[in-house]
Design a protein around this ligand. Sequence first.
Ligand code: GLY
Ligand code: MN
Ligand code: MN
Length: 440
Amino acid sequence: MTATPSASTGAFKERREEFMKGIQGGAALFASAPTAVRNMDVEFEYRQDSDLYYLTGFEEPSCLAVLVPDHPQHRFVMFVQPRDDSAEVWTGKRAGVEGAISDYGADAAFTIDKLDQELPGLLAKADRIYYRFGANSDADSRVVRLMRYFQRERQRKGAGPAAVIDPAGLLHEARLVKSASELETLRRAVDITCKGHAAARSVIKPGVYEYEIDAELRYVYAKYGSPRHAFPPIVASGVNSTTLHYTSNRRQLQKGELLLIDSGAEYGYFAGDVTRTYPADGVFSKEQAELYELVLAAEEAGIEAVRPGARFVDPHNRAVQILTEGLVRLGLLKGEVSSLIEKEEFKRFYMHRTSHWLGMDVHDVGMYTIGDESRKLEPGMVLTIEPGLYVSAYDQQVEPRYRGIGIRIEDDVLVTADGRDVLSSGLPRAISDIERTMRV
Ligand code: GLY
Ligand code: MN
Ligand code: MN
């Protein structure tokens, strides 16, 4: 189903070993994502926590992975749901403790109800615990109880964990720079995303409902093996395109409007994230084209600014410069470009950032700033470039012909040794290419 190698032998083990090199003397705990009730007996679709998946490949809920690099026998221990024939009739086969060892490479495994019994002994010799609070409140409370226990133990025995440290500094830095096999999976997620977008584009016409476009995305993603969206798709017609995270997707597209599609497939736990904006009738109006060309120029300048050694903030600064110059040229902003940028006046029309990291999480992990400096880009990092312009339908200060227009163009860009690779470049974005593809 996924392009990632098998759990016990492949990339997961390598990732664990690499991570464990950085936590010697300590131990790390990774909890599964919690389940959530949707209504009555129905739960929200389950997706494993990205960190836990990255290190184990394990997709079941109610699991805790423990890494103790200096433990003489049990460096990787899993606590999992027990095998249970009657529960498995309803929800499918579980790995159980046997599967955790044979299929996922654990040195030892216990059922999750043995946690309080087994965990203190496993961690007794560690001097610190790596754990990230905030994603699973049950696991959070357990860690607090555990540390309370070790406070007393330390007093008596003079040893044991004395601190809880966020593993992000090590683990998320590793996730930020993608390996060759991770890039292969991410490229596949972006390819499927582009296939979905192309299918969605082909059904655009006045009268179509946003949910019909949404359905094309869902169908094509699923058809090519994507188990789920990377985030709820944004299919925003007309004035909805000025709502940045519009997801209700219920409106009917009208003649003369734009349709903004921001969507990504997930594949092998990696996310695509691409945005295109199309004219309902296959041809941009004058005002739409003016704003579109501006966003496209900002995007191209942003993409050009991606290269090793450039700062993360450089594409954003380039995009803001070009957008602000253009807004002045078109009369939507008045004044000196430098002062409009300094006072952030452009935020009336461009209120979000140009980039975020892309990976297992659509807004992926990894630091954006190191010390006081915007981070330097390195080969293997992937980021989006996604400038936009959003003119409120109610903005009395702009000419009525521009009101209610929302445009975003978003591509997924890999930093390479000598520059960049636009992973989503197969999906047309120049006006002439869009108009041509919409004619056929
Ligand atoms: N789709 C969310 C984003 O572009 O960041
Ligand atoms: Mn997006
Ligand atoms: Mn994005």
